[in-house]
Design a protein around this ligand. Structure first.
Ligand code: LLP
Length: 385
């Protein structure tokens, strides 16, 4: 049940805080498992979206693996009980310490993002007397048609090995004795709602896979990354994203060889809709130019997406339903970009009202900060209220 159903309990809760609808999370995970296992696909949850321990517990119980982007995320996944054999580790600038830790744990695969990184992993693995399992992250140069700050697979991006460099990297493998190539990895961007992008990705992957095959390299695994988008405009109409349609695109367009396994790294689509940022209205004021402000106790330190990407999170007033006013909603941070929404319609809203910012379960708490020496927001779970 969304926070609307818990209003009486929220009255006494300190704000700002994140509210997680655990029932919705579990339902979403059930759909992910059902739709991916239809084709034998393996999903690794992208921990960067939300590393809350209760969320990780639900992910582990559902049987998903983990996609990590730092040594601490690898550690967090292992602490949450996710087996190392189901952990993938990406990142353009993995430190030696992180590489060493992941090698000690014997993770499923390092998603390697440059020829230089490959040499370093080879060297560290040699020093440790280990063999590193490596998937090449290839930059496929596919336009993800999403916000430029969250697209990663275009030709000039810092992510992945450029497809123009693939031959050189394959040639270097003879000298890298501590590396075992287990597969390929791709990720073109996030918040992708146009399924055509994933179709284009498959077509590109089919070609790139063939280059490796021709070089005699056996690819056991193909990892297509994450990126499935969610409905921020009207979340209540689509609480669970279209996982059936998403996986069906790969089933239809991706060429898979016998024995090859297909992997995904979904983050946002699994956790975004189960999370809401709950905040209280502190003040109303009107500017000389007529803008009607609501100032709330949550700021960009609690949810940075609107300030960073001009992202829109639907805002609802849980305490009031009378009238219709146009408001701009701002927070307490000393930055003009600390605005959650401009010119939105809400019922007449006043001090003490409780507002919920929807679809905040992904990249919400995960990106909080102490800027302005702020406290971090609290966290409450629907099944503990
Ligand atoms: N795999 C890799 C290699 C990634 O870089 C990402 C996200 C994912 C998987 C998961 O993607 P998802 O399924 O969540 O779209 N902070 C931004 C999003 C950054 C995404 C970074 N990479 C936001 O708030 O929109």
């Amino acid at each position: 049940m969304s926070s609307r159903g818990f209003l009486s309990k929220l009255q006494n809760v300190e704000t700002p805080c994140y509210f997680y609808d655990m029932e919705l999370l579990n339902k979403t995970l059930d759909v992910v498992v059902k739709e991916s296992s239809r084709y034998g696909y393996k999903v690794h949850y992208a921990m960067k979206a939300n590393f809350d321990p209760r969320i990780l517990e639900a992910v582990r119980k559902a049987g998903l693996g983990a996609d990590c982007v730092s040594g601490n995320e690898v550690k967090g996944a292992i602490t949450a009980g996710i087996p190392a054999s189901e952990i993938v580790f990406a990142g353009v600038a993995k430190s030696d310490k992180e590489i060493r830790y992941a090698l000690e744990q014997n993770i499923f695969a390092f998603n390697v993002e440059s020829g230089n990184e490959l040499e370093v992993i080879n060297q560290i693995a040699g020093e440790m007397g280990r063999k590193a399992h490596v998937a090449f992250r290839i930059n496929p140069d596919v336009d993800p048609k999403t916000h430029k700050n969250i697209s990663t697979g275009h030709a000039d991006s810092k992510f992945g090995i450029s497809y123009t460099e693939v031959d050189e990297v394959i040639a270097s493998l003879d000298n890298l004795k501590n590396i075992e190539i287990v597969g390929l990895h791709f990720h073109v961007g996030s918040q992708i709602r146009d399924m055509k992008v994933f179709e284009n990705l498959c077509n590109r992957v089919n070609v790139i896979k063939d280059w490796f095959k021709k070089s005699g390299i056996v690819l056991k695994h193909i990892n297509l990354g994450g990126g499935l988008g969610i409905n921020y405009d009207d979340p209540e109409s689509e609480l669970i994203p279209d996982f059936a349609g998403y996986f069906a695109v790969f089933k239809k367009y991706l060429d898979v060889e016998p024995g090859q396994t297909v992997h995904f790294e979904l983050g946002r689509s699994i956790v975004a809709q189960c999370g809401e940022l709950i905040t209280r209205v502190l003040y109303n004021k009107k500017t000389a130019s007529g803008t009607n402000y609501i100032l709330v106790d949550a700021g960009m330190t609690d949810l940075i997406r609107p300030a960073l990407y001009s992202a829109k999170h639907k805002i609802v007033n849980l305490s009031a339903d009378k009238g219709d006013e146009v408001y701009t909603v701002g927070g307490p941070i000393c930055e003009s970009s600390d605005i959650f929404a401009r010119g939105i319609h809400l019922p007449v809203t006043k001090r003490g009202d409780i507002l919920a910012m929807l679809s905040a379960g992904a990249y919400g708490y995960a990106m909080v900060s102490h800027y302005n020496m702020r406290d971090l927001p609290g966290v409450i779970y629907s099944d503990q209220l």
